[in-house]
Write a protein that binds this ligand. Structure first.
Ligand SMILES: C[S@@+](CC[C@H](N)C(=O)[O-])C[C@H]1O[C@@H](n2cnc3c(N)ncnc32)[C@H](O)[C@@H]1O
Length: 350
């Protein structure tokens, strides 16, 4: 009997993900206090870019750190771009204050997680990316040591994502209207579970799973188990360097753009739009920070996880909409799926 990718979990696993990512709050807060003395440097409000240069961080780590601290209610940003302390951080995180708790938080300063986070923030490089032993998880591009090129590691990492995908895919398939979808190109498709759910919902739909060669071994097996293999195609390539298949009228980027920095996101969106026919759709399925980049806290902490593992972070609807619009797409309002995720659909004009 075939597996069913459309049945939903009876309970919402979101809190498990939130507990699991809680360590990033400890790591970022401790790094801000102990390593960067960020609160001390903000005794008077300071332009955000000036503070960034003072602490010596590149834009991506600085955004990840300050987004989380703003989501924790410890920093605020005004309309001129000045960062300042909140009453909470003023009272408890300024050295010398009667109710200062920074030394207490500093007890975690030598923990391996905090040290690793400080290293990532300072270097702006993903864990394993320069390391021939491990390789970076989930990302491949020329010049980065990637775990996705190793059969066992690629399988392990890809199957680990299946746990999340099986919960979320039924929600995506229920809300993504593919009535006019003929072929869905799932770029960086991993297990292919999102496509498989759509194939089960839409019996005439076909799907192309595009990924690295070692990863593609997994969705080939999944297609058989879920009984949709005859409508699946598998194409290996480098989504940045190689041309994308041209025979799809819907392209899905599920949990892809959050792995990359802004220039790569813009490039990939532009490449997808080029590969689509007129009236084709680009679907960006991901997590979303709010447009002010000060929350929600759960997404800000997930952004830290993405930051340490990949070259990306979480982005806002406004950021994605800007990149999609500049590539010529008309973007529809976000629709939520599960576990802080949702999708934006961009329509290519005729
Ligand atoms: C975070 S996973 C997302 C998997 C799946 N779409 C999901 O939502 O669970 C990122 C995927 O992108 C693939 N990938 C990374 N860099 C790539 C590249 N340059 N070309 C093609 N695929 C790539 C990885 O192998 C991995 O399967």
């Amino acid at each position: 009997m075939n597996y069913d990718a459309l049945s939903r979990p009876a309970t919402d696993p979101v809190t498990i993900f939130e507990h699991f990512r809680g360590n990033y709050a400890t790591e970022l807060l401790t790094a801000a206090i102990v390593e960067f003395q960020l609160f001390d440097k903000l005794r008077t409000p300071k332009n955000s870019d000036q503070l960034r240069q003072e602490v010596g961080l590149k834009p991506r780590p600085f955004v990840v750190l300050t987004t989380a601290l703003r989501a924790m209610g410890l920093l605020q940003l005004d309309t001129r771009g000045d960062l300042s302390l909140t009453p909470l951080s003023q009272e408890h995180l300024l050295p010398g204050g009667n109710f200062f708790v920074g030394d207490y938080v500093g007890l975690a300063a030598q923990s391996p997680g905090v040290r690793a986070m400080i290293e990532r923030l300072k270097t702006n490089r993903p864990a394993g990316g320069e390391d021939k032993k491990d390789g970076a998880a989930f990302i491949f591009r020329e010049g980065v040591e990637s775990a996705m090129e190793d059969e066992q590691k690629a399988r392990h990492l890809t199957l680990a994502l299946a746990g999340r995908a099986k919960n979320v895919a039924p929600h995506l398939a229920a809300k993504l209207d593919l009535t006019h979808g003929e072929t869905l190109l799932d770029i960086g498709g991993g297990t292919g579970i999102y496509s498989i759910a759509c194939l089960q919902k839409y019996p005439r739909l076909k799907a192309i799973i595009y990924d690295r060669p070692e990863v593609l071994k997994v969705p080939r097996e999944m297609g058989q188990s879920y009984g949709v293999a005859e409508r699946m195609e598998f194409v290996s390539g480098d989504m940045f360097a190689d041309s994308l298949p041209l025979n799809a009228n819907v392209i899905l980027l599920s949990n892809i753009l959050h792995d990359w920095d802004v220039p790569e996101c813009r490039r990939l969106i532009a490449n997808c739009v080029k590969a689509l026919p007129p009236n084709g759709q680009l679907v960006v399925h991901d997590v979303f920070l709010n447009d002010a980049l000060d929350g929600p806290l759960a997404v800000a902490l997930y952004s830290a996880a993405l930051f340490t593992m990949t070259e990306g972070r979480a982005y806002s609807v406004q950021e994605y909409t800007q990149w999609m619009t500049e590539s010529g797409l008309r973007v529809k309002p976000k629709i939520d799926t599960l576990i802080h995720a949702g999708f934006l659909t961009g329509l290519k004009s005729l």
